[in-house]
Design a protein around this ligand. Structure first.
Ligand code: GLU
Length: 310
């Protein structure tokens, strides 16, 4: 873990920003949702929040972007609040080894998704909150705004609409889950909630702050408030490590070595238990849908600081 001396995170972030320049141009901005394809591929931001209260940023770290699948971390918290371990009757805890929106395993495994972070599992998680709350998105935004200390976080309605108009695969997955009895709410309600949760806009700093309790046994360092039990931080971190980057998760563990969650908006949020949370944003994705420059940046961070969990 960390050496005797605390790393100089500001200098490290600035080095990373310089050293990742050569990686730009190798990936591709997500274009399956037209509204996402308009984001500049050159954006780059990174934020680190320490459990001791320190915060460090570089580049576009304060610019809001589409969090997409990173939203699945927060809906999972709400579903666990609601159902506790009962959630695992409806969704598994194993890596999928397939694409984020794949239908293949779901068919073979009778509508029981492998984990809460692939789209099928996330739709089940969203169903858990949508079928128990009249205003699931309001609850989600309340949680996210509180965790990120930012009351101005909103949904990009253009992205939500765009996703709704092009979300054929997600609609197929949701209908498939429904046919197996693994969705309780109306399919349209679940999809609408899911598209809107994915279209929430947050900055790297917002996301790093919001995920800091995962590094701090469920406690928000800024207020000392316990926002979830320590065991939940441990459990969610284990799922992030094994399932947070789709079928790129093994390579990410090899290269970076921290629990993390990616989104096709180009964000990756990571957790170093006991130390810090980090978020990087760079919209060009690799062939598996994870930020290409973002992965390289996090690899540099853990190499420079020895802050890997391994
Ligand atoms: N909204 C995206 C989808 O469901 C999220 C995918 C992602 O970020 O990985 O297709």
């Amino acid at each position: 873990m960390i050496g005797v001396e605390k790393p100089d995170f500001q200098t490290i972030l600035e080095e990373i920003e310089r050293e990742t320049q050569a990686e730009f141009g190798k990936g591709k901005v997500a274009d399956y949702i037209p509204a996402l394809a308009r984001v500049s591929p050159r954006k780059f931001g990174m934020a680190i929040c320490g459990v001791d209260g320190g915060e460090w940023v570089c580049g576009d770290a304060k610019e809001a972007f589409s969090i997409q699948s990173i939203s699945k971390v927060f809906t999972l918290l709400l579903a666990l609040d609601r159902l506790g371990s009962g959630l695992w009757k409806r969704v598994g805890r194993e890596p999928s080894g397939s694409a984020f929106n794949s239908l293949v395993l779901l068919e073979a495994e009778n509508g029981y998704p492998r984990n809460p972070f692939i789209n099928a599992g996330a739709l089940v998680v969203t169903d858990c909150i949508a079928s128990h709350s009249v205003a699931p998105i309001r609850r989600l935004l309340t949680l996210i705004r509180k965790l990120s200390l930012n009351q101005t976080i909103v949904i990009d309605e253009e992205v939500a609409l765009s996703e709704e108009q092009h979300g054929f695969k997600n609609a197929a997955i949701a209908n498939f889950l429904k046919s197996h009895g693994n969705l309780n709410a109306d399919v349209g309600v679940v999809l609408n909630t899911y598209f809107r949760q994915c279209a929430i806009n947050m900055s790297c700093l917002d996301l790093a702050r919001a995920c800091l309790p995962f590094a701090n046994k469920g406690v928000m360092p800024s207020s000392g408030e316990v926002v979830f039990p320590a065991i939940r931080a441990r459990r969610v971190n284990s799922l992030l490590l094994t399932c947070g980057l789709y079928d790129g998760v093994g390579n990410f563990a090899f290269r970076v070595g921290i629990p993390a969650k990616s989104g096709v908006g180009g964000g990756i949020v990571g957790v170093v238990p006991g130390h810090l949370s980090v978020c990087v944003w760079s919209p060009e994705l690799d062939e598996l849908g994870n930020s290409l420059v973002g992965t390289a940046a996090l690899e540099l961070l853990t190499n420079k600081t020895s802050l890997s969990v391994f």
